[in-house]
Design a protein around this ligand. Structure first.
Ligand code: NAD
Length: 332
């Protein structure tokens, strides 16, 4: 396929289609990155909602740091999808999570966007193969799945559908990287992608526990906020277990705790802990550790952990369940 793509660094104008929670988040992010932004949402009240959220959140964007030329005045809220995407170099769609709607919106965006424009969907799990199925230029369509709020959380999950070109996937990765995001590229279509699937697993277990009267909503939130959630921001769940194994790392954790996967603690079906799976997990941790010992990783994690807890206490996020602050003794 002859590539019509422009360099990611040459992008000047971004269109955001859909002005709800995620669409407005993208508008803020792309304004902060210094682009001209057009936004479209058919609901009559959307115009006011987008404008006031952008105004209310702009001081935070300034605090985060604006790219040269960035201004909230570079937002134009338009009245048609055609107007939004004409002249756009990138389109970021954020309409409701309904496959038929996204498929139709993409076919329409495809009709009106310039030939070089890359069209991204914010979908949380609908297959790109489905979304691009009624478009004439499906090769330029790709998933760019953000996390709420997109103007703060760096992760974007990128993946194509059956008809997406590899150039488009690579382009999306480079574009997000250039613009303050930390993208991961999935090699194939996976239902619910990676991070949402992990969230869903925890969400499902939490609902089981609440339904069975085993835990309260507050206990679940405290258990994550004051427990593993603090560490996950630093290590991720896999390296967290690597550190939990002491000097023996992940190998020790799998051999020690692996058999408990069979305990009926979870409502999910536990995977078979085969030798191959065991090795794959250990190898992954070794790659991530990149030569750092468990002790070095622990020191690094602890430094970050203290900084996060201090930051949280400093802005006085009210603690759930009446406890005050982190209670960690790291305030001084
Ligand atoms: N909310 C989240 O935490 C989250 C996180 C990541 C991804 N997403 C994904 O982002 C997308 C949007 O989700 P949301 O939470 O912003 O939903 P939302 O309901 O807040 O916003 C959707 C907006 O799309 C508008 N809309 C409806 N039809 C449209 C059309 N034809 N053209 C343009 N706009 C149209 C609606 O008026 C509404 O304002 C979904 O695909 C969702 O899965 C959501």
């Amino acid at each position: 396929m002859e590539s019509k793509l422009i360099a990611p660094s040459d992008v000047k104008k971004v269109a955001v289609v859909g002005g709800g929670v995620i669409g407005i988040g993208w508008v803020l992010h792309y304004l902060r990155m210094g682009f001209d932004v057009t936004a479209y949402d058919p609901m009559p009240e959307a115009r006011e909602r987008i404008a006031s959220m952008v105004n209310d959140t702009w001081p935070l964007m300034e605090d985060l740091g604006l790219r040269p030329g960035a201004s909230r005045d570079r937002l134009v809220i338009v009245s048609s999808l055609m107007e939004a995407v004409s002249g756009a170099d990138v389109v970021q769609e954020a309409v409701p999570e309904v496959a038929a709607m996204k498929t139709k919106v993409f076919a329409e965006m495809d009709q009106h966007a310039p030939a070089h424009a890359v069209l991204m969907t914010s979908t949380s799990g609908i297959s790109m193969t489905v979304i691009q199925s009624e478009s004439k230029h499906p090769e330029r369509m790709v998933v760019g799945h953000p996390f709420n709020p997109p103007y703060l959380v760096p992760l974007v999950e990128i993946l194509g559908g059956d008809q997406t070109s590899p150039e488009t996937v690579a382009w999306a990765r480079d574009f997000y990287r250039l613009n303050d995001k930390d993208p991961i590229v999935l090699e194939r279509e996976v239902p619910a992608f990676i991070a949402s699937r992990l969230q869903e697993a925890m969400w499902r277990e939490a609902l089981h526990m609440i339904a069975e009267g085993e835990a309260t909503v507050e206990q679940i939130d405290i258990s994550v906020r004051q427990g593993p959630g603090l560490r996950w921001a630093i290590t991720g769940p896999m390296m967290n277990f690597h550190l939990a194994g002491g000097p023996g790392g992940m190998a020790h954790v799998l051999d020690h705790f692996g058999p408990t996967l069979k305990e009926p603690w979870t409502r999910l079906v536990a995977p078979e802990l085969t030798d191959e799976l065991r090795q794959r997990v250990i190898d992954g941790c070794d790659r991530e550790a990149a030569g750092r010992s468990v002790a070095e990783l622990v020191a690094e994690r602890d430094r970050c952990l203290v900084a996060i807890m201090r930051a949280r206490d400093a802005i006085q996020i009210p603690a759930v369940g009446g406890s005050s602050g982190s209670g960690t003794g790291v305030h001084s």
